[in-house]
Design a protein. Structure first.
Length: 448
């Protein structure tokens, strides 16, 4: 990471000439500005910068969507402040002369915008802090690489693309060597940006890969996650190829974002592990029970798009049953590690999840289980796909209704947050209801 003193020195000696100020929008994308470095020191450092509040009220195409309380034609599309968090200051090695800082979206009183994803997470972490604990988190993102530029993919309508691998390269060193130039550039770029890189490996779908990073505190992990997604795409573009984090690009295996989350005390001690059964403490059992109890009504935060729900197919390593098991990849919640490393892996989120929202949901659910001392059901062993049990929602509509009608969601996150993200789901559903897909044309053009 980069200190302010080092940044001042880098700017004075000409090493840094640009500072990117970035915020994460509802869709989990980094948005923001490139600030001339001397101006960043002279003004932005103290005063922040501004952006239109429609950044929290647009769809994936950046259309100005009506119906949000935070932003509309009636309220004049005012500015929000972008307040730099200097704990996130870092280099962006894949851009010459560039540093970056993550910012909080704030109002004119410098208070966090309540529906901003980073604010939502910070408020849940504040609740956890008051309970005497901190959250440690790791996210595992999969992506698919294509030997086409982003412009070529657009022109082709995202059909007929050439995957970087033509067979399943899961754990294959030969297969990953085919794209090592790209994977290496991403690893080195992220290391230079302050992330702790662990490994890269192939995955099941054609051209699918994963780069893993070491866990950190939850806020830092989510910041790093967003920067990584942005940077991986930018580095791929620089090398004349493209990659996608879509949850389900085709009928083969989808791309996940498995989230590993544990709580610790403020001295770093383990609180989830113990001798209350299955390697957990009583608190750990309540924590896991909370995650399981609220998983369905939080699915909108784990799977925010129409496409997200196409991952959940039996036998694809994407979960369908809301069960927990010890190192069991057929369950939605997988208990892994032991002692200090004991944690729960949530296998529901896809590569399109907004990390701040997904982790905020997990923290809130775990806290609720602890506060209410929820009882944990017995461990499941075997094939959870074969169970007749509570399921992961199968559609965005189902997830939207669970979120929108949940009293617990309203009480935990606030009515404004519940309403805001319900409207986001409604916007996505409305857009899809009006779209005519290639699937429909292929089936109906001649044969209907």
């Amino acid at each position: 990471m980069l200190s302010l003193e080092q940044l001042r020195d880098d700017i004075e000696n000409g090493r840094i000439d640009t500072v990117v100020v970035g915020v994460t929008d509802m869709q989990g994308r980094m948005q923001g500005k490139r600030i001339h470095a001397p101006f960043f020191l002279a003004d932005t450092l103290q005063n922040g910068t501004e952006g239109c509040n429609y950044l929290l009220a647009v769809d994936i195409d950046m259309n100005t969507v009506q119906g949000y309380d935070v932003s509309s034609w009636e309220t004049g599309y005012a500015d929000m402040g972008m307040s730099p968090d200097l704990n996130t200051l870092r280099y962006l090695p894949w851009h010459e002369g560039t540093a970056m800082v993550v910012a909080d979206l704030v109002d004119h009183h410098r208070e966090g915008i309540s529906v901003s994803p980073r604010t939502i997470l910070k408020r849940q972490l504040e609740r956890l802090d008051r309970a005497g604990m901190v959250a440690m988190c790791g996210t595992e993102l999969e992506f698919i690489v294509f030997n086409n530029t982003y412009e070529e993919a657009w022109d082709k309508g995202y059909t007929g693309l050439t995957p970087a691998n033509q067979y399943n390269v899961d754990y294959s060193l030969t297969g990953t060597a085919r794209v090592e130039k790209l994977l290496r550039a991403i690893r080195l770029g992220m290391a230079g940006a302050g992330l702790t890189v662990e490994s890269a490996k192939g995955e099941c779908n054609l051209g699918q890969h994963e780069i893993a990073f070491r866990y950190e505190d939850a806020l830092a992990t989510c910041d790093n996650h967003s920067i990584y997604k942005m940077g991986a795409k930018e580095i791929a573009s620089q090398q004349g190829c493209a990659l996608t984090f879509m949850a389900k690009f085709n009928e083969k295996e989808g791309s996940s974002c498995h989230i590993h989350l544990s709580f610790r005390d403020k001295d770093g001690g383990a609180v989830l592990a113990g001798d209350a059964g299955d390697g957990m403490s009583e608190l750990g059992r309540h924590y896991l029970a909370g995650l399981q109890a609220h998983l369905r009504e939080l699915s909108l935060l784990f799977a925010p798009n129409i496409n997200s729900y196409k991952r959940y197919q039996p036998g694809t390593f994407a979960p369908t049953a809301i069960k927990w098991g010890r190192d069991n990849r057929t369950c939605a919640l997988r208990l892994v590690g032991q002692g200090h490393s004991l944690r729960v892996e949530n296998r529901v989120p896809g590569g399109d999840a907004n990390p701040y929202l997904a982790v905020a949901g997990m923290v809130a659910a775990g806290l609720d289980g602890i506060e209410k001392k929820l009882a944990l059901e017995p461990i499941f062993t075997g094939n959870a796909y074969a169970l007749d049990t509570s399921r992961v929602p199968t559609s965005l509509q189902e997830a939207r209704d669970l979120w929108a009608n949940s009293t617990w969601v309203r009480d935990t996150f606030g009515e404004d947050v519940q309403k805001h993200y319900t409207h986001m789901a409604d916007t996505e559903l409305d857009a899809f209801s009006r779209a005519v897909t290639d699937w429909e044309r292929f089936r109906g053009f001649e044969r209907m």
